[in-house]
Design a protein around this ligand. Sequence first.
Ligand code: KIV
Ligand code: ZN
Length: 535
Amino acid sequence: MNETVMFFDTTLRDGEQAPGYSMTQEEKLRMALQLEALGVDVIEAGFAIASPGDFESVKKIADAIKSSTVCSLSRALEKDIDAAAEAIKSAAKKRIHTFLATSDLHLRYKLKMTRDRALEQIKSMVAYARNKCPEIEFSAEDASRTDPDFLAKAIETAIDSGATIVNLPDTVGYATPEEIAAMVRNVKTRVPNIDKATISMHVHDDLGLAVANTLAGVMAGARQVECTICGIGERAGNAALEEIVMGLRTRKDFYHLSCNIKTEEIGRTARLLSSITGVKLFPSKAIVGKNAFAHESGIHQHGVLNNAETYEIMTPESVGVKKQDLVLGKHSGQHAFEDRLKALGYTTLSEKKITQLFAEFKRLADLKKDISDRDLVALVEAKGISAALDPEKSYQLESFVVNSGNKMTSTASITLRLGEETFQEVAIGTGPVFASIRAIEKLIKHPFSLDDYQIQAVTEHRDALGEVKVIISDSTGTYRGRGVSTDIVEGSILAALSAVNNMLAGSKAALSTGAASTYQHSFEGDMLGGGHTDK
Ligand code: KIV
Ligand code: ZN
């Protein structure tokens, strides 16, 4: 029987920490449900002490997830452990992941702590956590740059105090595969109580070695791997879950190891992450990029037609990546539409929401002949699947007229509806989008600044939908909005309006971390033709 490697996913903690990947609580919950469907053994749902928003999202995930273990990160401090324990209280299976740096560099310059003091801290805090939670993981932060003798001592202390998973992070992505293997062997041979714990790998990708290093750790005896979808994470990111899984599966002849991941869910999970965060999948990304299974060269195509194994080491179906988008059109009925949404992973939409989305789909089908899966995903994401905002209590676009040209000042006239009432405003700006956003700001009488604006075509064709994503902020927080349309000005207005509705609905939809503020603001002068919106 092959041994099993446990998958610990930290997309919602280490991954979400990366600029551009912040998610709202509701988005994190959707991602967690998909991670559970993917079959990950442990979901690191967040860092409960980091902010009230992080605490709430860990708690919501703990309430909802049934088959995966839900974990919260905590420093080796009582207040962190208390927050983690409280946030995961309701989970069916739970774990506290507590960490302390062990390298001399971190001890001296970051923690200002001696080695002896660090051992005491590990001992008391792991024991403290163990009193609050049945399963404890201890991480020796910066393990790969820690003196091997001291690392062994720290790990022994953690296991003695109740940790049953011991993680050896290459926090700064510095180690080579040979060094990682040696570190794992060192811990296996020098830690007397290591048989009471599982060794875990947590590797960053600063030198592009995260997956290779993780697999080297596994070969040396680690049986838990910490990773993120598409390798998102601090700086250059973490090890990519899909690459480790498919490495183990495709080269089972070499690794002789199993895992619980349902590989057919990989594509869906990566697409969900991309559609939630708005960060497109890199076309050449291994396993899930759009070119990962494309064969352009004639010689390759010829080989694949004769026998796919000539140039394909795994099938697109095995990772849930379809070669062809399915297409719906204006004659498609609500059943076909609903079936397609389900196949795309939207399984929890209410009847009311599906009917609303179907009306939008019909409107779109009148403008655009073929509606592909990617169009559908963009439509659903832009309309919001949570029904968090009541359409009767939020602003809807009634109509707009813009006038724009290279020898004139752009003007926008916008009419919005709120319940039964309609309101109209006109504004000028140095571009049609800028003028429209100004008109919206005048209409709602609530100043905000536009922190990010992105536009991209959903598909490649001339009649492609334009998908617009904006981030706005006011004194209460940062809010995201999306809009899709075949008309990019309409898409921009819809995106701004959805962000405005989130903002007016209050802090509920605020991003839980401040990461959005790290976005570059450079577009404002160029794309919208102006500086900050006037207040
Ligand atoms: O990279 C790292 O060392 C971490 C720890 C908190 C596990 O993320
Ligand atoms: Zn990390």
